[in-house]
Design a binder for this molecule. Structure first.
Ligand code: SF4
Ligand code: SF4
Length: 438
């Protein structure tokens, strides 16, 4: 099989065997769920309900007028217990609605045969917005915004990201195997909404079963092609995918739409299909629960707002478990409490053991340039780290700090164990402050 790729990147151990053959299981909701009002990039929602209100499954419970925002919905039928600050898996703490499930039957979201040609691009965008869909690969950018390119940006291609290049995670792999028809429907819907004439599904070559299955189901499709990609982290980064599949370079500071492309995750495509065929909002998602600290690694369909604690009780947690990460080991975020809930962008819950998290002490930089060789964005991570340590914020722009995709390859390969990506994240915050002041 011929595979394509990009320059740079790393090959961490894949560790996908723990869960890759585990079929997606839909779990029953917990007694109480916390649904954050901010689960996406953009303006946080404002609550549309108040304490003691009764809510239905799928009812919109938060929204905002801003273009870059998307609504949130109740994942269950029940009652609003409170609206307050609660733990959040990426923000630490944020406003959320605490909902008590009434234990009632879950709604049947019946599917209708929909002819996409009967829907205008605007119809599709409206349905996607009303369903509260935000990118499910991690960045959680509102999908209706992504598929509303300004008129001067002509989109010719949509790429579905089926790489799942983060070690351990297998949710997207299972989605491609078990929901391939909805993946394709979602891709076609996004192509129609953006006017793109070509669609690609990029899949790493460690998922040969998904490549064969989706190739088979797209045999009759002239405008859609499956592209096997070399297994390498971060192959699923938008800019890496575009380079590998189309040979196009997204310019520094630019977006995929600057080169005529929209990239979407396979899970997001399934959510788009459900929004159109079932009028179902994004109220549950597939989460890989895995790691040496989990007794029964699984791929679970989890209601949004379910606390991590409830999921780990279902899968079992080993005695030597020490670190809980929302997401994968490269870009995931360590959790300080198991009360944080699953949100729209939570692709995995990774539990690592004591032995796996022992960290060597940071040593001085030996100028080996490994971080430079492996940076997929062609940056100078060692220089950026030094500038941040010296608090030379104004110089960070000269070294394109904002192009860093925070993939962590530089930290991963650094023999001196310098926390380069953490330094760069800090540098970005400070750089944004000085540039926003003008
Ligand atoms: S500098 Fe940024 S983009 Fe480059 S390897 Fe480090 S984290 Fe990745
Ligand atoms: S990999 Fe680490 S030690 Fe080598 S140049 Fe980069 S920062 Fe320095």
């Amino acid at each position: 099989m011929r595979t394509k790729t990009f320059k740079g990147g790393v090959h961490p151990p894949e560790s996908k065997n723990l869960s890759k053959d585990k079929k997606i299981e839909r779990i029953s909701p917990p007694p109480e769920l916390t649904v954050p009002l901010s689960q996406h990039t953009g303006a946080p929602c404002r609550p549309l309900v108040k304490k003691k209100d009764k809510v239905e499954e799928g009812q919109k419970i938060g929204d905002h007028d801003a273009f870059i925002s998307c609504p949130v919905h109740s994942p269950v039928s029940g009652e609003i217990i409170s609206i307050d600050k609660f733990p959040h898996p990426t923000l630490g703490e944020a406003e959320a609605l605490l909902i008590k499930w009434d234990g009632g039957d879950r709604k049947n979201w019946d599917s209708e045969d929909v002819d996409l040609s009967s829907l205008s691009p605007e119809d599709i965008r409206k349905k996607v917005r009303e369903a509260g869909i935000a990118g499910m690969g991690g960045a959680a950018f509102p999908t209706h915004v992504k598929i509303s390119p300004p008129p001067e940006k002509k989109i010719d291609t949509v790429i579905l990201n089926g790489c799942e290049c983060e070690p351990y995670l297998t949710a997207d792999h299972r989605i491609m195997l078990e929901r391939h028809e909805d993946c394709l429907f979602g891709l076609k819907a996004i192509m129609r909404a953006t006017g793109a004439k070509r669609g690609y599904i990029g899949i790493e070559d460690n998922k040969k079963d998904a490549i064969s299955l989706i190739r088979y189901s797209t045999e009759a499709e002239n405008s859609i092609e499956v592209v096997p990609l070399r297994t390498k982290y971060p192959q699923g980064g938008e800019k890496m995918l575009i380079k590998a599949i189309l040979g196009r370079e997204v310019p520094s500071g630019g977006l995929p739409l600057d080169v005529g492309v929209v990239v979407s995750n396979v899970g997001t495509a399934v959510a788009v299909a459900e929004a159109i065929k079932k009028a179902k909002p994004l109220i549950e998602r597939v989460v890989t629960v895995t790691g040496s600290g989990v007794s029964n690694p699984s791929n679970l369909l989890v209601p949004i707002g379910t606390p991590i604690r409830y999921i780990l009780d279902l899968c079992g947690i080993r005695e030597n478990a020490r670190a809980i990460i929302a997401g994968g080991p490269m870009m995931g975020i360590s959790q300080y409490t198991l009360d944080a809930p699953v949100i729209k962008g939570t692709s995995g819950i990774l539990v690592l053991t004591e032995e796996e998290i022992i960290q060597d002490k940071e040593k001085p930089c030996i100028r080996c340039a490994r971080c430079v060789d492996h940076c997929p964005m062609g940056l100078l991570p060692t220089t950026l780290a030094k500038l941040v340590k010296a608090e030379k914020w104004e110089m960070l722009g000269e070294f394109n700090i904002m192009d860093c995709i925070e993939c962590g390859c530089c930290s991963y390969v650094c023999p001196s164990k310098i926390p380069i990506v953490q330094l760069i994240k800090w540098g970005k915050i400070e750089y944004r402050k000085i540039t926003s002041r003008g």
